[in-house]
Unconditional design. Structure first.
Length: 189
């Protein structure tokens, strides 16, 4: 009887391994199928790179995986609100993808100049007006600029009046200027 049980168990194991070996492996998902509404997979987005710890995880969830800032989020409004509120509770700020540079919509010529439609982009200077400030010199005389002071900051034309905003908004503007300078082959110094 023992011999019969050992033989049956051996056959069962043999059939199990044989079945597993011949089973078709699942296909890897197509990278395009993983694209989110904003057109980028979370692994290649960088908006949360400045965050650490729990704030980094919540930022990744809100801005990248769930795309709560898009017109077609990958989560419910309730889920987005909960994750966004937790990020705000931890950091005291809204997730970075919710913050926009006010000069893009409210300062005439700002975005056009950054896009190279108003003269040639010549140089990018950091720290001219203090830590974190960025100035992009152009051939047109419109120099997109940011500066931080006190609890807030400002953006606009270095040769004119600034538009005041929060430190978060100013940081988004500074990052935008840096990104446009880099895209034009300039290094901010």
């Amino acid at each position: 009887m023992r011999t019969l049980i050992r033989t049956i168990l051996s056959l069962c194991l043999l059939f199990t391994f044989a079945g597993a070996a011949t089973a078709q492996a699942p296909a890897w998902p197509d990278n395009n199928a993983m694209d989110t509404p904003d057109g980028q997979t979370p692994a290649i987005e960088t908006i949360c790179d400045g965050q650490t710890g729990a704030a980094h995880g919540l930022c990744n969830a809100y801005c990248e995986a769930m795309d709560c800032d898009s017109d077609a989020p990958q989560a419910s409004e309730k889920a987005c609100n909960k994750v966004g509120d937790n990020f705000t509770r931890i950091t005291g700020q809204r997730p970075p993808c919710d913050v926009v540079c006010p000069c893009v919509a409210q300062y005439p010529g700002f975005i056009e100049t950054l896009n190279g439609q108003n003269g040639t982009l010549l140089a990018c200077i950091e720290g001219r007006l203090g830590p974190g400030s960025v100035t992009l010199q152009t051939s047109s005389g419109f120099w997109p600029q940011t500066a931080f002071f006190g609890p807030g900051g400002a953006c606009g034309n270095a040769l004119s009046f600034p538009l005041f905003g929060t430190a978060e908004e100013t940081l988004v503007c500074a990052n935008l200027i840096r990104a446009k300078a880099e895209a034009a082959g300039l290094t901010c110094m």
